[in-house]
Design a protein around this ligand. Sequence first.
Ligand SMILES: [Zn+2]
Length: 178
Amino acid sequence: MGLIIDLRNQHLVVKVVLAIFHGGNDMFREIVGFRQDELGDWVAELSCLHAQYVRHRPPFQIRPWVLDDDERNSRVGTLLSCSLCDRCQLPEGVVLDSVVGPWNRSTLPKGLLSAHKVPAGKWGVLKVKRGSVQFDIQVAPPMHLQLSEGDSQAIPPEILHNVNPGSDAELEIEFWTR
Ligand SMILES: [Zn+2]
């Protein structure tokens, strides 16, 4: 058991060192489970609701651990870098849970103007109904977007972001989950 914990830590340290080496703070997400696709390739399911292939295909992809039930299960709870979160890409298979708003600059809850997060297990989608909205989010690299009427912007769970509506703006926020 001690050995397993050590290996996990080592794995995490390598990931963090790699992230620093690449000069970014890539988004790391917890593995919540594994499944196989129709071809038998293994897919890690992540806490952000994204899924990521973890294939063992030597010599290009070396992950012999994924073929072993015990070793694979021991990776549940460890972290994987999720580039789909860094790109703010809404996961497949999510369903609309609730909608808040519409708000304009004066009715927007003040907490949304400063840095805040969508809760774990949910995605936000900012919808600009009218005018323009400045949107900033701390993905890697950080995004600073000027959104206009008709634009939609997906917001990953647990990532600091803030919105700044223009004086003519109206917006609402959808929450999506699985
Ligand atoms: Zn993700």
